[in-house]
Ligand binder design. Sequence first.
Ligand SMILES: [Zn+2]
Length: 161
Amino acid sequence: MIGEILTDENIEQLTDTKRKITDIIIHCSATKEGKDYSVFDIDKWHKARKFKCIGYHFVIYRNGQIVCGRPISEIGAHTTGHNTGSIGICYIGGLDENGDPKDTKTYQQENALINLVKYLAKKFNVKRITGHYNWAAKACPCFDVEQWLDDINLSKYKIKK
Ligand SMILES: [Zn+2]
């Protein structure tokens, strides 16, 4: 359910899907550092773009809470051409105060993202973990996903170039 906070108790149920998942794609909300936005804000922005609801499956708040967006049983709307077999995760932030790309992940977001990605990669038969920029001419998620995967010992999920 949109807005539901992921916990150790409900994570199994909230990540239960028969959809075949091969990819995790990471995004940022492209909002300025230090500003909080909710899944309901993103839901509104995406509906304004004529999506049926928020296009991401999970959103990571600045305080490290992981919040459900579109149910993972449904195909997302976050990466043109790569929505079918993927889960889309978005952290709030990604821009500095001038609106330029910046890795603005808080310590809590960093930990939450690592935990969520590790959990999902293990739970599903994930082949690749990528950033939006791997699939489109964008800076999103505004950090080097390949380097990050190396840093957290998930190099095996790096995109084959
Ligand atoms: Zn993106």
